[in-house]
Design a protein around this ligand. Structure first.
Ligand code: GLU
Length: 565
């Protein structure tokens, strides 16, 4: 079935390598026992050490599709680019994603030996591309046997020259038919060059012609008219390792990925990938390209891609340090992934996100706008769905991990963890009832909201309310404390404040004051604001009665006396 000359070339290029055959691998990696509709997805990150929002977003989509279909999502480390690999990057990635609730069903770093989790788990490994060299070489050899690949000995300088010439003639730059003198080199010439030790790459011998089109399918975009691939792309690099193009098609085939869901930046290479599958006579998985995350540039006001250099919020560590809860991040991701999510959420306020199924049809194909303010808003709703005890746990955990790195937060882990039930009570103030408070968004901001409670962090930031007449503040507060009884119910407590106010010339109701401002110094609201200022250091805060109940009589006394100085 193979031509003799191709056999001879394959024997030369893969001389002395005890490679298995494709059939051996097919036998080793049997199809998964999946029923209809179960999706096998994967995340294929390069271990560069920087995990960003895009990784999280892609990981979430892949995991969600797998989970909702009862399939599996695995982690494959795409580390064939030795220059980019960074020590420890895979752990950082796994930990970072796990922090936001994303784990994998199989793959790199998913196994456990004792308490070490740096082994792979699953039947389709190895899951590091660098450990799969022979597998790729077997498939590359097949391309050579079929006459679809050739060794190309062009040097960097020669390639530069070719490119310069192409630019001059306004031709598409690259190596393709007519540009590599090695495309049709004789076996003898190749033998000589190899004997001389000349380095080479293995290139695809593309059959397509520039300007021709083919069909293709993308689950987000539907049927596509794509340019055919006419580029002699590199299949194996000089090191003998594969390029991304080649490695991923081999892996997705042998690992039985049903859906390759990846970033839109790969859409333009889809023709290459489909071409490779065809040449190897393998069915491709379904491809789906998720659109990139964009933002409005502060300076130009125009939409642009998020950039590592300009946007600190691209890095996942930013969300960890600011303390976004994984439920908030999930909620936000769903709003940007599927256009009908917000509508669904409005109708299912308390439902678990597991009940919402994402679909390719509802995915955007034109640049999603990432909006930090929106995330903060969505986060408030998401936190409202969590019990206060859980928010307390997460706040303590956040303080433990991150507070030490910021001087103004030093010591907060100690105070927050000193009395967890009390912390939960503080967080829960005003969260029930028909109009619950929705002001808790992310850990750093939550801390700013509740720091008043802790003596070491209590500070007075507002002025005495303007209607409180000179000299009245001390009198009012002293009398308040004299008559204060922590056991009073809310009505009694408030009646006392009203009485205190009217005694000193403040209207019992704001509307009385509004009607006849000359008859009063101010109204009962001003008196409450004064009490609030003394207790929490600000004239706005959640319900003061509830705050006092949590503080207890002694602390209320101390705060007010302390305020009076
Ligand atoms: N290694 C590729 C990347 O980091 C993976 C793309 C894919 O998911 O196939 O972008």
């Amino acid at each position: 079935m193979y031509k003799d000359e191709n056999r001879a070339l394959a024997a030369l290029l893969f001389d002395g390598e005890a490679l298995r055959t494709i059939d051996d691998y097919e036998e080793l990696y049997k199809p998964r026992e999946t029923h209809d509709g179960q999706m096998i997805t994967r995340l294929g990150p390069s271990p560069t050490g920087f995990i960003h929002l895009g990784n999280l977003y892609m990981a979430y989509i892949n995991k969600k599709f797998a989970k909702q279909s009862g399939g599996a999502c695995y982690l494959r480390v795409e580390d064939t680019d030795e220059k980019r690999a960074v020590e420890g990057a895979v752990d950082t990635l796994i930990d970072g994603l796990a922090y936001f609730g994303i784990d994998f069903d199989e793959g790199a770093g998913q196994g456990n030996i004792g308490n070490i989790s740096d082994t792979d788990s699953g039947e389709y490994g190895p899951y590091y591309q660098s450990d799969r060299r022979d597998i790729y070489r077997t498939f590359a050899k097949e391309l050579v046997l079929r006459g679809h690949a050739y060794p190309c000995f062009l040097t960097e300088e020669e390639i530069d020259q070719i490119r310069a010439g192409q630019e001059e003639q306004k031709r598409t730059p690259g190596i393709y038919k007519g540009y590599s003198k090695y495309r049709d080199a004789s076996l003898d010439d190749v033998k000589t060059l190899i004997a001389e030790g000349k380095p080479y790459v293995l290139r695809l011998r593309a059959e397509g012609t520039e300007g021709e089109f083919r069909s293709g399918f993308d689950a987000v975009r539907g049927e596509l008219k794509l340019p055919v691939n006419f580029m002699d792309i590199v299949v194996l690099k000089k090191t003998g390792m594969p390029t991304y193009h080649f490695a991923h098609i081999v892996d997705d085939h042998l690992m039985h990925t049903t859906h390759v869901i990846r970033g839109e930046e790969w859409l333009s290479s889809l023709p290459i990938h489909l071409n490779l599958f065809e040449l190897l006579e393998i069915d491709p998985p379904v491809y789906a390209h998720a659109t990139v995350l964009m933002k409005f540039d502060d300076e130009t006001g125009k939409k642009r891609k998020l950039s590592k250099r300009k946007d600190p919020e691209l890095s996942l560590t930013y969300y960890m340090q600011e303390g976004y809860h994984k439920a908030a991040i999930e909620e936000y991701l769903l709003t940007i992934i599927n256009s009908d999510y917000e509508e669904w959420r409005a109708e299912h306020l308390d439902a678990s996100t597991d009940e919402f199924k994402i679909s390719f049809e509802k995915m955007s194909n034109s640049g999603i706008l990432f909006d930090l303010d929106k995330l903060r808003d969505v986060s408030k709703d998401a936190l409202l769905r969590l019990p206060a005890e859980e928010i307390a746990d997460y706040l303590i955990d956040w303080a433990y991990r991150y507070a030490a790195s910021e001087p103004e937060l030093s010591g907060i882990y100690e105070v927050l963890s000193s009395d967890k039930p009390q912390l939960a009570q503080i967080l829960d103030i005003g969260r029930s009832g028909a109009k619950p408070r929705k002001d808790l968004s992310y850990a750093k901001q939550i801390w700013e909201h509740i720091s008043y409670f802790y003596d070491d962090f209590y500070k007075i930031t507002d002025d005495i309310p303007e209607h409180i007449a000179d000299g009245d503040a001390a009198v009012l507060l002293k009398e308040y404390i004299e008559n204060h009884d922590i056991n009073d119910d809310r009505d009694t407590w408030f009646a006392k404040i009203r009485e205190l106010g009217t005694k000193h010339g403040y209207a019992a109701k704001p509307k009385d004051f509004k009607k006849n401002p000359d008859d009063y110094k101010g109204h009962v609201g001003d008196v409450s604001a004064l009490i609030r200022l003394a207790l929490v250091g600000k004239t706005t805060s959640p319900d003061i009665y509830e705050i006092e109940q949590i503080m207890g009589a002694e602390k209320v006394n101390q705060r007010i006396l302390g305020f009076l100085g």
